[in-house]
Design a protein around this ligand. Structure first.
Ligand SMILES: NC(=O)c1ccc[n+]([C@@H]2O[C@H](COP(=O)([O-])OP(=O)(O)OC[C@H]3O[C@@H](n4cnc5c(N)ncnc54)[C@H](O)[C@@H]3O)[C@@H](O)[C@H]2O)c1
Length: 315
């Protein structure tokens, strides 16, 4: 019998993590262990009952004892480190808790090195570019401008992966995710917030005048590209932007959601946020396009898919 590939997904009860897990467990040759402290994630996002190659363990990766016992129980081939304190408002309000995630990164790297993991795959963020100095934002040539704790931690995470590769030969793939949305996104992100309000015909509130743009990537495209990179030489010791390069203003997003839900919501404007609300983002996704082997969804197509299952956004 062929030996199973053991895979750890931290933060696997979250939006992106759970979609990744669903893809991984489809291959019965993979045995997937999810660890999550359920801070923003939920067990319900995982089809635990239906698969015998999936195991969920409630665990905080920032606490060394907890995560060490997981590594010592299983022998992992691949580790996806996706657990993190997320959300612009939450991370601005809890800067010290955000910095605790550095402990988690150190734990994961050290344990991966000591237990013979083949590759660590890390979810960094577009936030490492900060308020960008150029467009499109290229992985190699655009200078990083990380200033807020969340962005600094992601930058430190990237440095840990690269340093472990240099000193110990532990391979890595770094993904810089740009706004990735899907049906299992927590309620306090722009798309889920707007959909929630629109379905209830409540006001949709926008910070500033709504001209700030974002690029929105449907989660399936994120997973398709990430899996292709993580298990092949295409992503070996590489840093890759994962996202969409089609810019949409926050105001246009609100209008589109109102149209698609046939909502009576009214758009209301709040004072602009002082920090953390970048004016624009736009990744260079040349590498990602070489990885994806499925259709790239437009925002409208992706939103329609989300609207087919809004149970997590409304609950
Ligand atoms: N979705 C995006 O647009 C986006 C953009 C950039 C980066 N990212 C990164 O991708 C990853 C996944 O994000 P997401 O959108 O799925 O968010 P999410 O909040 O849905 O997922 C994060 C998961 O990590 C868990 N978690 C947090 N701290 C933990 C800890 N100390 N120990 C164990 N579990 C912990 C949470 O409970 C949650 O399930 C994160 O690292 C995030 O920083 C996401």
């Amino acid at each position: 019998m062929e030996e199973k590939t053991n895979i750890l997904v931290t933060g696997g009860a979250g939006n992106v993590g759970s979609a990744l897990v669903e893809e991984l467990i489809r291959d019965s040759n993979n045995y997937v262990v999810v660890v999550d402290n359920l801070q923003t994630g939920s067990r319900d996002k995982l089809p635990i009952a239906n698969y015998d190659n999936l195991k969920f363990i409630q665990c905080d990766v920032n606490i060394e004892d907890e995560i060490t016992s997981v590594f010592h129980t299983f022998s992992f081939d691949y580790v996806f480190h996706y657990a993190a304190l997320v959300g612009v408002k939450r991370t601005l309000k809890n800067p010290l808790s955000v910095l605790d995630d550095i402990d988690g990164i150190k734990n994961i790297m050290n344990l991966s090195k000591n237990t013979g993991v083949k590759r660590v795959i890390y979810s960094s963020s577009s936030e490492v570019y900060g308020e960008p100095v150029e467009y499109p934002q290229n992985e190699e040539t655009t200078p990083l401008n990380s200033r807020l704790p969340y962005a600094i931690v992601k930058n430190i995470g990237e440095a840990f992966l690269k340093s472990y590769q240099q000193e110990f030969g532990l391979d890595y793939t770094v993904f810089r995710f740009f706004n990735t949305y899907g049906p299992k996104q927590a309620k306090d992100f722009v798309i889920s917030k707007f959909i929630n309000a629109a379905l209830k015909n409540e006001d949709i509130t926008i910070y500033g005048n709504g001209s700030q743009t974002r690029t929105f990537c449907y989660v399936e495209n994120n997973i398709n590209a990430s899996v292709a990179a993580a298990f092949s030489d295409l992503g070996k010791n590489k840093t890759i932007n994962i996202g969409s390069n089609v810019e949409t203003s926050v105001l246009d997003l609100a209008k589109l959601i109102i149209k698609l839900t046939d909502s009576k919501s009214i758009i209301k404007y709040l004072p602009a946020l002082k920090d953390g609300d970048m004016t624009r983002r736009n990744p260079d996704i040349t590498i990602m396009k070489g990885l994806v082997n499925q259709k790239i969804y437009t925002l409208e197509e992706g939103l329609k898919k989300v609207l087919e299952n809004t149970s997590f956004m409304l609950s």
